[in-house]
Design a protein around this ligand. Structure first.
Ligand code: ATP
Ligand code: MG
Length: 395
């Protein structure tokens, strides 16, 4: 996207994470309450009823909204024990925030522990937003935060462990012997991710703009049920008559809506654009940005544009690894939904509720599974270092 003229790489080692300083700053950029809803206290249930559950009185609790589901405070010693002193063999991934370790708590629960690397203030602010957001937000398609650690200058986050890693791990650069996701699993992931986003946009009150939707942030359980993760960039709002939240442009290169990148005006439709990019990745098996591809193919949106415009070319978008094993009608519908999400004009993009309905329908129309090359739900992610299946917690 040509609009990223003043990108300063901020988080990922590969430089794909962006922070564009367009001069627009909200006074409380990382406040979970930066949308003008200053005095409101927000509580969010899975059903969106907003009824308050649980207690916020616990001494060590930053916030909680569900009984038995409150983020709790861990000591550094507890987490060091859980990860055997952050042993290399327990390392399961690394992002811009820091390293991610697999661990086992004293209770026997298997968890993923993310340790902030101390190379800037940004991560610290994202840490606070992450804890606040995940203390308020609870849905089966959102990852659960078990707790956090703030001993000294340590900042760690403790999540439910997602044994299949991220969607990214299963779409791109697959190791030989790793089965690609079949069509019905791709639709299942799309539906679940859409439901997670629907909860944020329609059931949370005030709504939450996720701002970091990408395949790396869609985590998968043993049955390929997806859960959205990483809420450190999320914003509350807009509320009332407002249609947008003004903010410094942040997100991940390749997923960011063009109007948001240009103006800093963040709306729910910015997330819909990012969702469209993820759908396109699911359909094509191509990364949003892939610098290993030849010029003209590195930016997925730019590359796909001629195909998205012409129904006769739709089938050429399908991931070759699918080997043609998908119902053609469903592929066409999925591409049509994707194209709508990727409209340049945010107003023309559909609402997430309508996307959920459409994708749910497609997920029931995926044809006989026997036709598809089976993607074993137990197959190992190529990037994972541990045998996660044996010790996976059930979610
Ligand atoms: N709860 C979890 N359970 C299992 N694995 C996880 C969990 N959270 C993260 N991971 C693994 O750690 C990797 C790094 O995740 P992380 O969120 O830190 O970075 P990222 O999303 O890839 O990039 P960035 O945060 O820089 O945008 C993921 O790709 C995933 O494989
Ligand atoms: Mg992530």
């Amino acid at each position: 996207m040509s609009c990223f003229s003043c990108i300063s790489s901020r988080r990922r080692k590969d430089g794909s994470r962006i922070e564009i300083d367009n001069g627009i700053r909200s006074s409380s950029r990382y406040s979970a309450d930066s949308s003008g809803s200053g005095k409101r206290k927000a509580y969010y249930d899975e059903d969106g009823s907003g009824s308050r559950k649980g207690s916020r009185n616990g001494k060590n609790k930053i916030g909680s909204s569900q009984k038995g589901n409150a983020a709790r405070s861990f000591t550094f010693r507890e987490l060091a024990t859980a990860t055997r002193n952050f042993k290399e063999v327990n390392l399961i991934g690394e992002g811009g925030f820091g390293k991610v370790y697999k661990g086992r708590l004293e209770t026997g629960e298997v968890v993923a522990i993310k340790q902030l690397n101390h190379d800037g203030l940004q991560g610290f602010q994202e840490f606070i937003v992450e804890v606040l957001m995940l203390s308020l937000l609870h849905h089966s398609n959102l990852v659960t935060l078990f707790g956090y650690c703030t001993d000294g200058d340590q900042r760690l986050l403790v999540y439910e462990f997602m044994p299949m890693g991220s969607l990214e791990d299963h779409l791109f650069d697959l190791d030989p012997g790793i089965a690609p996701l079949n069509w019905s699993t791709r639709m299942k992931v799309a539906v679940g991710a859409a439901r997670g986003l629907e909860y944020l946009h329609c059931k949370a009150n005030p709504p939450v703009i996720y701002r970091d939707l990408k395949s790396a942030n869609i985590l998968l359980d043993n049955y390929f049920n997806p859960k959205l993760s990483d809420f450190g960039l999320a914003k509350l709002g807009p509320v009332g008559d407002n249609t947008h939240v003004s903010t410094r442009v942040m997100g991940t290169y390749g997923y960011c809506a063009p109007e948001y990148a240009m103006s800093g005006k963040l709306t729910l439709k910015s997330d819909i654009y990012s969702f469209g990019v993820v759908l396109l990745e699911l359909i094509t098996g191509r990364k949003a940005i892939d610098c290993t591809k030849k010029p003209g193919e590195q930016n997925l949106i730019a590359w796909s544009r001629p195909y998205l415009k012409d129904r006769r070319k739709f089938s050429q978008l399908a991931d070759p690894l699918l080997q043609g094993r998908f119902p053609v009608r469903c592929l066409h519908h999925a591409i049509a939904i994707t194209a709508m999400c990727l409209q340049e004009q945010p107003n023309f993009r559909p609402l997430i509720g309508d996307i959920v309905v459409a994708l749910e329908y497609l997920a029931t129309q995926t044809g006989s599974p026997s036709k598809s090359r089976a993607h074993s739900p137990s197959s190992q992610s190529p990037h994972r270092r541990l045998d996660s299946r044996t010790s996976a917690i059930s979610v």
